[in-house]
Design a protein around this ligand. Structure first.
Ligand code: ADP
Length: 645
């Protein structure tokens, strides 16, 4: 990739160096013409031919000067290579005349003329070496014309001194060629070093600019984030302090508690939004594409926002479509939820429209969210995709959002392989659209609206919790206990294995990712699963809980097929995930029980593959988790709705 710029830079420098010497060469050649004329003048051999030859020499010299003037005046008329080639042509014309003119010296009765002419030619050759030695073409088209005729003619005389002169000339010819070779190498190295330095300086300047921009963006991000996080925290602090107020009535306490809950919810919501963005940034969010009916997804998100739209007197219209798309329904739902939520919030009258358009695409088309709302001025079209940027909320009132929706949407659409487009003007509403790929109707394996309803109850389940943090173990035990589970807490892998030895056979194992003594939750879960498998207790549900964002580690977990929840995990999310995993485990058990023996092994393989290849669930029909289950279990665990607590 770097070869071309370097060759171009070499050519540019060559043009500069070759043409820089031309005015001096012009006068040197007039001097050479004068000297040669002077030595031939007493007895010019073959005068007409002599005049033609020297006339040509003078004309070629003038043409050389004209070329130099052209290059100075119109440097962009030709490419650097073009100028180099023209200069080489000038060399052929200019040096062939004095080189071939030595023939006149051998026609003359004056015996010292060949020697004098040869001295002139060697002087010219030295000049060519100095001015054209950098370039092979210019050197090779000048030197042979100057020296070859002379070498051949001196050899042809067959006298001792002329043969020696011919040999010396040949040696000189070879020597300047060798010197010119190293001269050229040196020149190329110098140019390359200069280009490298320039390239380095430019890329450093770019990187510095990028780093400064990133640092500014980070500062803005933290300023806004800390402000928005501080607000509810501040309120919670004040409200909590007022709970100690002895004079307050129970009704006032209840009101204060209600406010605290509201602020905690707000904090949680903001925290989730920031974490979602961080997850998208760190690349741990996986895209899991399925074939599904777009109308089902439209209905699903539409039904979430219809009540809010209706409360504002807005119509939420969903255009009917029969298209099957091949995309990630979970991520797509988040995109649409954010866009619809904005459409409802920034529209006071009229309607909101959600639909699919082919828009000239042969496969797939565009999903569009349109509103007749306040619109966005063109100068804000880029900035609204910056984190925490809001067009009209300078006082950063949390009730008007935080400015994280569109940055999330933009990253999600990018992750899905598309580009978010915006058409909007103040007072004329907004249109957000992005592309989706068409899928195969035959590839639709389940309805998106399948839910985990009817999931087996948690009542009576045995759960083994592994966490080195006693307060978390305490919290988990009390929560799971309230759901009717029998809980056993373990501080590390050894304690967990000891619990199994004691005869505690769990239905689920919940494990923190970072454990004490440099052990990971994945290692602990593997040890527990292996021990259970050895005692014939297969199919235990395992769930990792992590605050980690490192994509390499999460990718490794995905390979092992271990579901992951990201902290902070709400009670509702934990419950839904466990319900789903138990439901899935029970389905697997039923399938294995009802399958003929020969296919049980295949199923086991398929189930393993489903775990390992989460990206490809659509192709593993037997192991494909329902959409609702997937939403809970996949290790992105992003909020399904933008405003979900
Ligand atoms: P939030 O809506 O929470 O402020 P977003 O990132 O979703 O954050 O949007 C950023 C800004 O873009 C909003 O503050 C709003 O000014 C503008 N915006 C987004 N969607 C719309 C829309 N449909 N109509 C008008 N303005 C919008």
């Amino acid at each position: 990739m770097r070869a071309d710029p370097i060759q171009h830079a070499i050519d540019e420098d060559l043009v500069r160096v070759l043409y820089a010497q031309d005015p001096i060469a012009f006068f040197s050649h007039w001097f050479s013409i004068a000297v040669l004329l002077a030595i031939y003048w007493p007895a010019i051999p073959s005068p007409p031919l002599f005049i033609a030859c020297f006339g040509f020499y003078a004309a070629a010299n003038c043409a050389g000067l004209a070329l130099w003037i052209c290059n100075r005046r119109y440097p962009h008329l030709l490419s650097p290579r073009g100028w180099i080639n023209l200069h080489a042509l000038r060399g052929v014309l200019l040096y062939s005349a004095p080189g071939l003119a030595i023939w006149f010296a051998f026609q003359s009765p004056q015996s010292d003329l060949p020697l004098l002419h040869t001295v002139m030619l060697v002087t010219l050759a030295a000049g060519v070496f100095m001015s054209n030695g950098f370039d092979l073409l210019n050197f090779a088209t000048a030197i042979p014309f100057l020296l070859f005729p002379s070498i051949v003619l001196h050899f042809g005389v067959h006298t001792f001194d002329r043969t020696i002169l011919a040999i010396v000339l040949a040696f000189f010819f070879c020597a300047i060629n060798v010197y010119a070779l190293s001269y050229r190498k040196l020149f190329q190295q110098v140019v390359q070093a200069r280009v490298d330095q320039q390239y380095l300086a430019e890329s450093l300047a770019v990187q510095k600019h990028v780093a400064e921009e990133a640092s500014l963006a980070k500062t803005r991000f933290f300023a806004a984030a800390s402000h928005d996080l501080r607000q509810p925290l501040h309120a919670i602090g004040l409200l909590a302090a007022s709970l100690n107020e002895p004079a307050a009535t129970p009704a006032q306490h209840a009101k204060t508690a209600e406010h605290i809950v509201y602020n905690v919810e707000a904090l949680n919501q903001l925290f989730n939004q920031v974490l979602d963005l961080a997850r998208l940034e760190s690349g741990v969010t996986q895209v899991i594409r399925l074939d599904f009916r777009l109308s089902e997804l439209f209905e699903r998100v539409g039904s979430q926002y219809r009540p809010q739209a209706a409360a504002k007197g807005l119509a939420l219209r969903i255009a009917p479509t029969s298209i099957v798309v091949h995309d990630d329904p979970v991520l797509l739902e988040r995109v649409l939820s954010n866009l619809l939520s904005n459409a409802v919030r920034y529209t006071e009258e009229g309607a909101i429209w959600l639909g699919f358009r082919r828009a000239g695409r042969s496969t797939g088309g565009y999903i569009e969210v349109r509103d007749s709302g306040i619109g966005i001025p063109p100068e804000e079209h880029e900035r609204i995709f910056e984190e925490f940027y809001q067009v009209a909320n300078p006082q950063r009132d949390a009730r008007q959002g935080h400015g994280l929706g569109l940055p999330t949407v933009k990253r999600l659409v990018g992750l899905l392989g598309g580009e978010l487009q915006l058409r909007s003007a103040p007072g004329r509403g907004s249109v957000f659209r992005f592309p989706v790929q068409a899928g195969e109707a035959s590839g639709v394996v389940a309805s998106l609206n399948e839910t985990v309803a009817g999931a087996p109850a948690a009542q009576g389940r045995r759960v083994l919790c592994i966490d080195d943090e006693p307060s978390i173990l305490e919290g988990l035990s009390s929560l799971l206990g309230r759901w009717g589970c029998t809980v056993r807490g373990a501080r590390d892998e050894t304690a967990a294995l000891a619990a199994l030895d004691d005869g505690f056979l769990p239905d689920a194992v919940l494990c923190d990712y970072q454990l004490a003594n440099h052990r990971t939750g994945a290692q602990a879960l593997t040890a527990v699963r292996n021990k259970l498998a050895r005692s014939g207790h297969e199919g235990v549900v395992t769930l990792l809980i992590t605050g980690d964002m490192a994509s390499a580690e999460l990718a490794a977990l995905a390979l092992q097929g271990i579901p992951v929840l990201h902290k902070p995990v709400t009670a509702a999310r934990l419950r839904r995930t466990l319900d789903m995993l138990w439901q899935q485990a029970e389905r697997d058990k039923t399938r294995v029980a009802s399958a003929p023996e020969s296919s049980v092994a295949q199923m086991a393989d398929a189930a393993g593959a489903a775990g390992r290849m989460e990206k490809d669930v659509s192709r593993d029909v037997a192991g494909a988790p329902p959409f609702a289950a997937q939403r809970e279990a996949r290790h992105g665990q992003e909020s399904a709705s933008p405003r979900e607590a």
